[in-house]
Design a protein around this ligand. Structure first.
Ligand SMILES: [Zn+2]
Length: 387
């Protein structure tokens, strides 16, 4: 089976790389300006030069004042895997801004030891916490289906990660949910909310579910009862609760590396002793054995692997140069996630041959060519394309 990715993800047919970072125009919804610079790089520049962070922090204080209840009930839901970003937000809201947060975690598809250790350390640093654990039989089935049909085994996790905080907000009458960064704006995507603190619940299907909400899987014989934990609450319930979703990155300068130092100090966060496969970093997305396959499939579909994304934002944050970033992409982007491959095959009840069949079905002719028995990228940032 061959898919038309250009049509499916509305990708430009001609691959171009940003002149400032390592990302290409194949990242869905990213835009490039006339100088060949991506929207995320332009936003990073804007963030540094034109946003008055003192005023933004005053807006955060106003937000907290508006939602603080003072009666012992939770004021705010903070979605948090136990990683550096959610940990930073929860800790700041509680200890710096005097809020009473409820931290919520949607369980990883298949947890890693380091991820679980970091979550336990985060809770132990002083938080009330709820863990949402869906039926593993259903989770495995959805992971298998999502890998086969969407080329992304991580989608069931993203459903829960997006919708479980909404369920918890409605259940506990908490009107405010605060996420870390606005990924669309920080890493390249739809810029319509670049100067807005809030996220529209109406955008969830498009931005987070690739247009395929949990209900879609009824077509593949998954019952509504099985899908329920992955689905959003009814829309009237979200409205009746007057739920608002805000991004912390609107209010405070967002720097993942600084969040890492902060959580190391305050929430017992530990980096991995070894780098994650497909990239060079040791402190981002450590909690799930399956997510390496999410990044690998992004490499196959868009030519944008995990190192490309990591290097792009570290270049924007001024941590590494473009030259260093390009070298890291060359070295790590193509790496297959072998570390948890056996676990992945078992988890999805799938064979190695089937996995490769799925992978190859997501290779688009405008990204890949098959030459001398090998798949090769047509365009790579490290070949100096557009440099
Ligand atoms: Zn860029």
């Amino acid at each position: 089976m061959k898919r038309n990715l250009i049509e499916l993800y509305k990708l430009p047919a001609e691959v171009k790389f940003c002149k400032k970072c390592t990302v290409s125009n194949q990242r869905p919804r990213i835009t490039f300006d006339e100088q060949g610079v991506c929207s995320a790089c332009n936003f990073a520049e804007h963030k540094r030069q034109h946003i008055d962070w003192v005023t933004r922090e005053a807006e955060l204080v106003d937000l907290c004042n508006r939602f603080r209840k003072g009666n012992g009930e939770y004021d705010v839901i903070v979605p948090c895997s136990g990683g550096k970003d959610g940990g930073f937000v929860a800790h700041q809201l509680k200890y710096r801004y005097g809020m009473n947060p409820l931290a919520v975690t949607w369980a990883p598809l298949k947890a890693t030891a380091i991820g679980r250790q970091n979550l336990d350390a985060f809770i132990a640093s002083g938080f009330n916490h709820i863990l949402g654990t869906p039926n593993p039989v259903v989770t495995k089935r959805l992971t298998h289906l999502a890998f086969k049909h969407l080329g992304d085994p991580f989608q069931p996790f993203i459903y829960g990660q997006t919708n479980f905080p909404l369920h918890t907000a409605v259940k506990h009458n908490v009107r405010l949910i605060v996420y870390g960064e606005n990924g669309e704006v920080e890493y390249g995507g739809d810029m319509k909310n670049a100067n807005k603190p809030t996220r529209d619940i109406q955008d969830h299907d498009k931005h987070y579910f690739s247009g395929i909400p949990p209900e879609f899987w009824k077509e593949h014989g998954v019952s509504l009862a099985d899908l329920y934990p992955f689905m959003a609450p009814r829309y009237e319930q979200i409205l009746d609760n007057q739920t608002e979703i805000h991004f912390f990155s609107y209010y405070k300068f967002w720097d993942p590396q600084e969040n890492f130092y902060y959580c190391k100090e305050n929430t017992g966060f530990m980096p991995n002793p070894e780098r994650s496969q497909g990239t060079y970093s040791k402190y981002a997305s450590l909690d799930d054995q399956i997510d390496g396959f999410h990044y690998y499939l992004s490499y196959i579909k868009f030519g944008i692997g995990r190192a490309t994304s990591d290097a792009a934002h570290e270049i924007r944050d001024g941590k590494i140069t473009r030259e260093e970033g390009v070298a890291l992409v060359k070295r790590y982007d193509h790496e297959f996630p072998t570390r948890y491959y056996k676990e992945f095959l078992e988890f999805c009840s799938i064979t190695d041959a089937e996995v490769h069949e799925v992978i190859d079905s997501w290779r688009s002719d405008h990204i890949w060519k098959h030459e001398a028995g090998e798949w090769k990228l047509r365009h790579a940032v490290w070949r100096g394309y557009h440099a």
